[in-house]
Ligand binder design. Sequence first.
Ligand SMILES: NC(=O)c1ccc[n+]([C@@H]2O[C@H](COP(=O)([O-])OP(=O)(O)OC[C@H]3O[C@@H](n4cnc5c(N)ncnc54)[C@H](O)[C@@H]3O)[C@@H](O)[C@H]2O)c1
Length: 370
Amino acid sequence: MSVVTVEVGLGERAYDILIGPGLIGRGGELIHKRLPKARAAVVTDENVAAAHLEPLVESLSAAGNAPAVITLPAGEKTKSFASLETVVDQIIAARLERGDAVIALGGGVIGDLTGFAAGIVRRGMHFVQMPTSLLAQVDSSVGGKTGINSPRGKNLIGVFHQPRLVLADTAALDTLPLREFRAGYAEVAKYGLIDRPDFFSWLENNWQEVFSGGPARIEAIAQSCRAKADVVARDEFETGDRALLNLGHTFGHALEAATAYDGARLVHGEGVAIGMALAHRFSARLNLASPDDAARVEAHLRAVGLPWRMADIPGALPDAEALFGYITQDKKVSRGALTFILTRGIGQSFIAKDVPASEVVSFLKENRQE
Ligand SMILES: NC(=O)c1ccc[n+]([C@@H]2O[C@H](COP(=O)([O-])OP(=O)(O)OC[C@H]3O[C@@H](n4cnc5c(N)ncnc54)[C@H](O)[C@@H]3O)[C@@H](O)[C@H]2O)c1
């Protein structure tokens, strides 16, 4: 299977995303081509190290660049100040310079943490993303948002630091647990729902092959990266359009917070899936979109095995007012109104300012237990 290249057009900070099988084992050669003089450190987590570290270290060593390796525990808790300190310290201990490269081999947790470390050590080192989860391949490895969590909330500390190269090895996804694959798929479907209705229809017909591997998987990842790259090139620092990427995230983040970020109950992509279904239903309730479109979104999420309504979350949820409280922790309410990503139909999302808070609360009441 061939490798697809997607360019992120950011002028002098432009970079390529390479998508295809076997790229981890070619990491040494591909990085050397772009950064010939750079030495390297690889940051990864224990799960990914067990499955994918060896071919990368071998290939870097074969290219004359035996890396320092930093392996951290897997999971969201690793996006912390304590881990940042470890990574920064190990990069400095390995005597890497500004012109050297820090490589993230892992999911979004490792990518976000490593990118932040690369952005601040020696005021910014080269950064290479080697995403190994579907979510990281289609979303977090593209666009340069890096960071860690604060005990007061997710992703509150970080910098924009674009990678020099992204290598998305689609065969690495074969070892990803099915639940994590599905969670990443929610972000794939999101790009169709934002502004690519034909892509959403294509996914409805081809999702099985995206899950099983083969050319449709590469195609879905490439389409997703193109969609994200377009938005990032238009609005790198999220002053406008980039907010569309948050479709489903307002409800999703509130549900993640309401379940205390307990991955056994809800992982991020599952929150986004429910959030997207709710955003479509809410748009129908406001007479912006047809209820048929909301039903179509729900049917697709259900078909792939993703949760699509709040009742799919195991355990009790807080009441509607408390859920609304979580939404307003994430967003400010100005004169009784909020900004939301809503839709006029499949692939017709838009940034809605002035959404009445009272409508959101009534909607949550109607949908909490259904
Ligand atoms: N920077 C951004 O723009 C952006 C965008 C979206 C999400 N994020 C962040 O991404 C994070 C979520 O990313 P994630 O879902 O990849 O989580 P993750 O990094 O925790 O990975 C999920 C799980 O899969 C395991 N894993 C990853 N690749 C594997 C593989 N190939 N084989 C076996 N196991 C593998 C990991 O060890 C982990 O247990 C969150 O912290 C979120 O805030 C960032």
